[in-house]
Design a protein around this ligand. Structure first.
Ligand SMILES: Nc1ncnc2c1ncn2[C@@H]1O[C@H](COP(=O)(O)OP(=O)(O)OP(=O)(O)O)[C@@H](O)[C@H]1O
Ligand code: SF4
Ligand SMILES: [Mg+2]
Length: 363
């Protein structure tokens, strides 16, 4: 059984402009010691999908279930949630200063976190553990730096300190929400290595949220690609990279610099992520999809299981099941489009082509 099993999660926010449907029926699972990557453009619902599980989306309407070690997180009161957050599920965010208080010493903050969850730990013991944790995450001279304030740490060190804080209570699951976006490439690689090493040592499960497929290429066991609050595609990492099915996933792969996508060149996805108040009809990706067919505009494609891939490859798209980036798969897609695109879809496709033309598709 999975450590975390989320089923049909819906999260919406009533606002003065209307109901923001941030998450529209998402299901995912993470096994012990496993890494799930959640990827998608800005506003696709990645953060809300996980923060809502931790009681961090005040004012939201939430439905579905989220079984964590046989407890439904969505049914917990704030008091019960406080025992789980931090102790069993920790979170690491993009900006360490959202977790590290600028006015308190780094070591003190880690020690307090430990003591808040376990009153039997003395101040001295908690401090020793804080030094150990800082050592584990690679802070040099940890015994001295434990007395530093967050501003005395570099960006990479602050990120490490936040990981130390997340590890302090031996959580079973760590949610990493864009943990390396603000860091340069070398430090980013070091932090990802560190997370992987710690995961192996402690058998911790990870959810890695990112807008960058390149980041999860090395670390995720399985990947959920989100678009407009839904899963567009769900697959083990290998399948996702070599046999993607959903045009949005293909678009993300082609927009990774140096990728070997179908066109072997950088090809940005045209258009903008959609409004989550007025979500496009049918397939929410249809206004940006180069394969758009008539039915895509009127009928929402269900997430169906494809035969490719070991771990249950799923995609929500009306194109035929043949997957991959090769010429054969492309031919099948073109055939389906030729047969399925008549009326309105033609106009949508022409508009999309014009956007691509205007932006220039070759980088
Ligand atoms: N408290 C809130 N009230 C209203 N709308 C919200 C609230 N929180 C999030 N949203 C909206 O929900 C949608 C999904 O947001 P979310 O933060 O999950 O996106 P994301 O995929 O994490 O994007 P990013 O990559 O920019 O972090 C967005 O349209 C966002 O504006
Ligand atoms: S369902 Fe249609 S519009 Fe949506 S991704 Fe597939 S081909 Fe494109
Ligand atoms: Mg986010």
């Amino acid at each position: 059984m999975s450590l975390l099993e989320v089923t049909d999660l819906h999260v919406s926010f009533p606002t003065s402009d209307g109901l923001v449907q941030a998450v529209r029926g998402v299901s995912f699972r993470v096994g012990r010691g496993q890494t799930l990557g959640i990827v998608g453009e800005s506003g696709s619902g990645k953060t809300v999908s996980t923060q809502s599980l931790l009681g961090l989306t005040p004012g939201a309407d939430i439905s579905g279930s989220a079984m964590f070690d046989e407890v439904n997180l969505l049914a917990l009161g704030e008091d019960q949630m406080r025992h789980i957050r931090g102790a069993q599920i920790a979170a690491i965010f993009q900006d360490p200063l959202t977790s590290l208080h600028p006015l308190y010493k780094v070591g003190w903050q880690i020690a307090e976190m430990i003591r808040a969850h376990d009153h039997s730990v003395t101040k001295a013991q908690a401090r020793t553990r804080a030094v150990d944790l800082l050592k584990q995450v690679g802070i040099p001279e940890a015994a001295r730096r434990v007395n530093d304030y967050p501003h005395q740490f570099s960006g990479g060190m602050r990120q490490r300190a936040m990981i130390a804080m997340a590890l302090s209570l031996n959580p079973k699951l760590i949610v990493c929400d864009e943990p390396t976006t603000a860091l340069d490439a070398t430090v980013q690689a070091q932090i990802l290595d560190l997370l992987l090493r710690l995961q192996r040592d402690f058998d911790t499960a990870l959810i890695m949220i990112t807008h960058d497929l390149g980041v999860i290429a090395d670390i995720a066991d399985s990947v959920m690609v989100m678009y407009a609050g839904k899963a567009a595609e769900y697959a083990d990492r290998r399948t996702l990279f070599y046999q993607p099915h959903h045009p949005y996933t293909i678009g993300l792969l082609e927009s990774i610099p140096g990728s070997t996508g179908a066109a072997e060149r950088l090809r940005p996805i045209p258009g903008q992520p959609p409004s989550l108040i007025n979500v496009p009809s049918g397939c929410a990706f249809h206004p940006r999809c180069r394969y758009v067919m008539d039915r895509c505009i009127s009928q929402t494609p269900p997430l169906i299981t494809l035969e490719s891939g070991a771990g249950g490859h799923q995609s929500a798209c009306w194109l035929p099941a043949a997957t991959g980036l090769g010429a054969e798969a492309e031919e099948l897609r073109e055939e389906a489009v030729a047969a399925g695109r008549t009326g309105r879809a033609k106009a949508v496709a022409e508009a999309t082509a014009a956007t691509i033309e205007a932006r220039g598709s070759v980088a």
